[in-house]
Design a protein around this ligand. Structure first.
Ligand code: IDP
Ligand code: MG
Length: 162
């Protein structure tokens, strides 16, 4: 397996997506992962883990001064978390749209957070919000050797003719 840093706005663009412990506990893996898969994005890494408190703290470092931070870290560090890397043109922005707003009550109907979740503190899924944060989060959660470099035959039907 090799990994080449994803390039923004090309088919190699990547995002870090993670199903949070509530999604795992509730048996929503197939429903949510299925949406990403059917959209046409390509899965390049996936692992189920219970992240260390340190990993979660680093992942949510920019929120460390918020009142909900300790509860957020405890929620995530309970595990399990399904950590993934998905690839495709526009993946960062499009997956954020597929998620909907942070607060499921404000997420558009048909979005993942609207369809499966009720409250901000149990909103089931994380997705990188920008290209730079995606690359940083991928490096935080995965070793380069865990990213799978594979040729998908369906790409000729998904990525061509644009
Ligand atoms: P995002 O997940 O949509 O990017 P962020 O503002 O980056 O939203 O917050 C990260 C995560 O922190 C949220 O997905 C949610 O799990 C949690 N969070 C954000 N705001 C609150 C809050 O007001 N109460 C409890 N948890 C929150
Ligand atoms: Mg965020």
């Amino acid at each position: 397996a090799t990994s080449v840093a994803g390039v923004e706005n090309t088919p190699s663009e990547r995002s870090f997506i993670a199903l949070k412990p509530d999604a795992i506990q509730r048996g929503l893996i197939a429903d949510i992962v299925g949406r990403l898969e059917r959209k046409g994005f390509k899965l390049v890494a996936m692992k189920l883990l219970t992240p260390s408190k340190e990993l979660v703290e680093k992942h949510y470092e920019d929120l460390k001064d918020r009142p909900f931070y300790p509860g957020l870290v405890a929620y995530m560090a309970q595990g399990p978390v399904l950590a993934m890397v998905w690839q495709g043109p526009g993946v960062v922005k499009t997956v954020r749209q597929m998620l909907g707003a942070t607060n499921p009550a404000q997420a558009p109907s048909g979005s993942i957070r609207s369809d499966f979740f009720l409250v901000t503190g149990r909103n089931g899924i994380h997705a990188s919000d920008a290209h730079a944060s995606a690359e940083a989060e991928i490096a935080l959660w995965f070793k380069p050797s865990e990213l799978v470099d594979w040729k998908r035959d369906a790409d000729q039907w998904i990525l061509s003719a644009n």
